[in-house]
Design a protein around this ligand. Structure first.
Ligand code: 5GP
Length: 194
């Protein structure tokens, strides 16, 4: 996606050789026009997969997931990172290690919002080591629903998550794949910006 790559190049801040900050359009302030394009792109890539629900993780997954769900005409559910007051019996839970925060969150989804006939599309902002996607897949498994695949806005191709998920046969669609963040420069696996 050319627009996304341009935004990353123009506004992304390289915090280290492994972490990219994109607070100006995805992780803090949200660019709604870009999110709409992202939603359309994911919807196109997963059209025909019979998606009945989009699942993401709060908070940064919510914007791209909502735009995708809008395009597909299905609801979006976000897993919570904080324990809610709901009884644990009413929840599906999984442990997710956060790459950026270096701590483990228990994520949860109310049983009411995932059913066994659901065909779920996972959407997240970043893919690093795949912990968030694997945690969400665990939740889908507990609900006995089907996972049709995962869409991530930015995949860091130099980390293991993408390889791991693709090796498991999961349909993974990434809208921008970063090859490297070294020397204070973002390099994409495939340059779309001309
Ligand atoms: P994973 O679970 O794949 O190891 O890491 C993905 C999660 O960590 C994403 O949900 C995202 O919130 C966060 N994350 C991982 N790497 C980065 C990064 O380079 N920049 C930002 N902004 N978030 C990241």
């Amino acid at each position: 996606m050319e627009h996304l790559q341009k935004k990353i190049l123009q506004e992304g801040k390289i915090l280290s050789d492994t972490v990219l900050k994109v607070d100006s359009f995805l992780n803090h302030q949200v660019d709604p026009v870009l999110m709409q394009e992202i939603g359309k792109e994911f919807a196109d890539r997963f059209l025909g997969n019979g998606v009945t629900k989009v699942l993401t993780l709060e908070s940064s997954g919510i914007a791209p997931a909502t735009m995708t769900a809008l395009e597909l005409g299905v609801p979006v559910v976000f897993a919570r990172k904080k324990k809610s007051l709901t009884l644990a019996d009413d929840l599906y839970t999984a442990e997710v290690y956060s790459y950026t925060k270096k701590d483990t969150n228990q994520i949860s989804v109310a049983k009411d919002y995932l059913a066994k006939n659901d065909r779920v599309l996972l959407i997240d902002d970043f893919l690093a080591n795949g912990q968030a996607v694997l945690g969400l897949m665990d939740v889908i498994r507990q609900a006995k629903a089907a996972c049709v695949g995962a869409g991530v806005v930015i995949e860091k191709g130099f980390q293991e998550g993408g390889k791991q998920l693709r090796n498991q046969g999961i349909k993974l669609e990434s809208l921008a794949i970063i090859k490297s963040l070294t020397n204070k420069k973002v390099t994409f696996q495939k340059e779309d910006v001309t």
